[in-house]
Design a protein around this ligand. Structure first.
Ligand code: PGA
Length: 252
């Protein structure tokens, strides 16, 4: 049975004091509410990862980073390495988010290096893929996503591919308030699972967690998560409020 996950991508939000409060509010609530078999992951800014891992150690959530540079160490001013994450006990890292592709010019080839660097240290990439609006409107969204997966992930041997969590995030839905419909999400998730099946076989395809991201919130999560190939969500804006995020985490 593949793992259901609700992950919060905080992006570049919250002061340290605010982050501590949000994490402790979520941790306290997770002591009392039942999220069933759903794994909860919080991805705060890098600066707060140590604090987050300290709290996570005694709580029912795990921690993810938002980014790494694909080297263990070296002259890469401002960057953090997967070795540093491993040392802190951070088990996940978002990779390939559309904001990094757009604002930091991250290509499929570069993301492949990041994926390799993370896997080398046993950190599970939450690998984001998805099309921009014009690609959907012109009907090339399946090809775009296929290329992203092929160029950044499909070089992995099966045993390493099993470490990947995929997040389908149509770029036109991110931060816009316009989520993909549950049918649109299901269609793409099933397509992605089919690609994985063709490459790695049906068993691995069935085991791969595929999250939906893009304006997912406490109101629409239940309908999205009810789709057979939607295994949870990568949540941006709605992960910044404890109540809303927990509503999503209990939407299965
Ligand atoms: P959003 O962001 O939920 O604010 O649309 C999702 C994401 O960027 O991961």
């Amino acid at each position: 049975m593949r793992k259901q996950i609700v992950a919060g991508n905080w992006k570049m939000n919250k002061t340290f004091t605010e982050a501590e409060k949000l994490i402790s509010d979520i941790a306290d609530a997770l002591d009392d509410i039942n999220t069933g078999s759903t794994g909860v992951i919080l991805c705060p800014p890098s600066l707060y990862l140590e604090m987050a891992t300290d709290v996570a150690y005694e709580s029912n959530f795990e921690v993810g980073a938002q980014n790494i540079y694909p080297a263990d160490s070296g002259a890469f001013t401002g960057e953090i390495s997967p070795l540093m994450l491993k040392d802190l006990g951070v088990p996940y890292c978002i990779t390939g988010h559309s904001e990094r592709r757009k604002y930091f010019g991250e290509s499929n080839e570069f993301l492949r290096l990041k994926v390799d660097a993370l896997i080398k240290h046993g950190i599970r990439p939450i690998f984001c893929c998805g099309e921009v609006l014009v690609e959907r409107e012109t009907g090339s969204h399946f090809d775009v996503v296929k290329k992203q997966l092929e160029e950044s992930l499909f070089h992995l041997p099966a045993v390493e591919f099993l470490q990947i969590v995929i997040a389908y995030e149509p770029v036109w839905a991110i931060g816009t308030g316009v989520n993909a419909t549950s049918d649109q999400a299901q269609e793409m998730h099933a397509y992605i699972r089919g690609l994985i099946g063709t490459k790695y076989g049906a068993t691995i395809a069935e085991e791969t967690t595929i999250l939906y991201g893009g304006s997912c919130n406490g109101t629409n999560a239940r309908e999205l998560f009810a789709m057979p190939d939607v295994d949870g969500g990568l949540i941006g804006g709605a992960s910044l409020k404890a109540d809303e995020f927990l509503r999503i985490a209990t939407s299965f």
